[in-house]
Design a protein around this ligand. Structure first.
Ligand code: AMO
Length: 423
């Protein structure tokens, strides 16, 4: 008999089915036993008679039986099981009860036993939504003539500056884990004009926060022959629409399960300059530094929601002091660098880049870098580089904010943070 999946139960009402999955939960009520079987698509309620013996929760089972209607069962149907065979037996009870504890248990416990707690429906949902977002990302860019690239993750210099680099021994040399594919994606603009990458990056963040990971998935885009950074923001607007549509389409059940107010795709995102943002924040009485701190980002998010009913805002024209060396400067001391805030949190940085050799060398020096260290990157600017720009979306942070997760760690299967290297 062919396998029936949990999400195909209703269309099989009255029929005999064979299910494969994990024993999610069981309860013995004397004369009759209830159980839940979980597969990749969802959950099915099983009704078993007293004699049928069930293994420990999370064992893999094969069940055959008839589908009947029951308004009280999840999805309105259940299976009267005639046989339940164990395919792979769980050897021990799970450290937390998967159906019950997934959100209520202490986060430390959830993360420590992630290899099994991830099986919970609500625990796995963000990963499914994220996979859909990434699929939308690829889909939109492929349609726009972008080529997927794969850049080195072992590098000789940091692209983003700062001290958050992981160093390692590379034979006789010092190497680093890539903080971003920034320099390579720019080089690849000279090859394909339009490129993107979906890959992990590493940041040695000393502090443990609910928004920072030490390893995260960076969704990177770079495109050539632009006028200015507005072209890049236009691209991101369309891209976000496709990403959210794909999530709605192929992870709608998971979005519903998490039960957060998932946004509608943004048609047009308000763009305000950094100087305007600072003015607004001053009026609101929020302290601001050169870079917008978390409190400022949150306050700005709240203000824009009220004023434009928008969950999204591009903050543009950041000052030179707070942007990396590759950012295209403006004569007035600002840059063509922007951030995208979603519900008061930065989920993207981007901008137009410097594409002229001399200016790049100058900018490197101004930021205290030794141009000799950037040899392989700098060289390419001697051979004609178009005006170009791009951005990167932090996949986990975006997923976290979209789904209202209390911690960015829940948007990564096996998060790496200040104190966690396993599982
Ligand atoms: P930036 O350093 O701002 O820009 O990073 C881009 C986006 O990545 C996410 N992010 C993080 N997510 C989780 N944990 C972290 N520690 C972390 N750090 C950053 C955020 C952020 O907006 N090269 C530029 C991008 C570009 O200009 O194309 C860069 O990496 O969502």
């Amino acid at each position: 008999m062919q396998r029936t999946l949990a999400n195909q139960i209703s269309e099989n009402a009255g029929k005999q089915v064979m299910l494969l999955g994990f024993l999610h939960w069981k309860r013995d009520l004397g004369g009759v036993q209830f159980a839940l079987l979980r597969d990749r698509t969802g959950i099915v309620q099983l009704v078993l008679t007293k004699g049928q013996k069930l293994p420990l929760a999370e064992s893999c089972i094969q069940v055959t039986g008839r589908v009947v209607q029951n308004a009280k069962a999840p999805g309105g149907f259940e299976v009267l099981a005639e046989s339940a065979e164990v395919i792979s037996q769980a050897l021990e009870p799970t450290p937390v009860e998967i159906p019950k504890e997934e959100w209520r248990a202490n986060p430390e416990t959830l993360l420590e036993y992630r290899y099994v707690t991830l099986r919970g429906e609500k625990a796995r949902a963000p990963l499914k939504v994220q996979a859909a977002l990434v699929r939308g990302f690829r889909k939109h860019l492929e349609a726009g003539g972008f080529t997927e690239i794969y850049t080195p993750k072992l590098v000789s210099a940091g692209a983003e500056g700062g001290s958050n680099l992981f160093a390692l021994d590379y034979f006789e040399q010092r190497a680093y884990l890539a903080q971003s594919p920034q320099l390579y994606k720019q080089i690849m603009v000279g090859v394909f004009e339009r490129v993107y990458e979906v890959a992990p990056v590493w940041r040695a963040e000393e502090h443990s926060t609910s928004r920072h990971l030490n390893e995260y998935l960076s969704l990177d885009v770079e495109m050539g022959f632009i006028q200015d950074e507005d072209d890049v923001m236009d691209l991101e607007e369309g891209l976000l629409q496709t990403m959210l549509e794909e999530a709605h389409m192929s992870a709608g059940a998971e979005i519903k399960l998490v039960g957060h107010d998932f946004p509608t795709p943004p048609k047009e995102i308000p763009r305000i300059t950094h100087a305007e943002a600072r003015k607004i924040l001053k009026q609101l009485g929020t302290g601001v530094g050169q870079d917008l701190n978390d409190e400022a980002e949150r306050a700005l998010g709240g203000y824009l929601k009220e004023k434009y009913n928008s969950d999204w805002v591009f903050v543009t024209k950041y000052p030179q002091g707070v942007r990396p060396f590759y950012t295209h400067p403006e004569p007035d001391g600002t840059t063509r660098g922007f951030d995208l805030l979603f519900r008061g949190l930065e989920i993207t940085s981007g901008g137009q880049r410097i594409h002229k050799y001399d200016e790049l060398v100058e900018s490197l020096k101004r930021k205290g870098n030794d141009p000799a260290q950037f040899g392989g990157y700098l060289e390419v600017f001697k051979y004609g580089m178009p005006p170009h720009g791009g951005f990167a979306i932090g996949a986990e942070r975006f997923t976290q904010k979209l789904l209202g997760l209390p911690n960015v760690r829940y948007a990564r299967a096996f998060p790496r943070d200040r104190h966690r290297l396993t599982p």
